[in-house]
Write a new protein. Sequence first.
Length: 189
Amino acid sequence: MLRLLAIFLWLVSFVPIAAANEGTRVERMQISHQADGWYLDADIRVELNSQLRGVAERGLSLYFTADLVVSEPRWWWFDRTVVEAERLWSISYNALIRQWRVSTGGLALPVASLDEALEIVRHIRGWRFANADALDPADRYEGRLRLRLDVSQLSRPFQVNAMNSSAWALATPWAPFRIRPDLLETWQP
C-alpha cells in the first residue's frame, strides 16, 4: 500500500510540467532542398508564463534552443542518426536604454518588446540544418523538431532555481516529420 502511494505521488509530481507546456507545440514545418543545403521553416506556438516574463523584464536573458534530429530507419538495427542540429536564441533586456535584443549566432537584433522578440523565435525561417549531400535522394528519413527554454545556458544559481520550478519547464513536444527527398511536403499537425 505504501509503495502504491509513493508511485501515485511520483506520478502526480509531473502534472504541473504538463500543464505548463499546454498549448506549446510545433504548428507547421516545411523542409526544402536547395543547391547549397537542406533548409527548415517552422511556426511554433509558445507563450511565456508570468514568472518568465517577470525575470526577462528584470534583465535576465532567456535562452531558447531548437533541436532537430534526422535519422535513417533501418530494419535490421537501430536507426542511424544522419543529422543533429540545434539553433540557439537569446532574448535580453537592457533596462538602462530600455531596449530588447534577440541574438542568434553572431547576429543581434534590437526589437521594441518582449512579444516582438518572441515572434522571431516562434517563426524559424531559412535554417540551413544540413549540407546538400547530407541526405541521399534515394533514401527516406525520419526527423523530429522541438523548441525548448534552455536553462543550461543560465548562470549556476539560476540553473538551480530553474530546475526546481515547473515554471521554467517550457518545451514543445517532439514534432515528428518524414523527409522523402524526391517529394518534399509541408507538415502540419
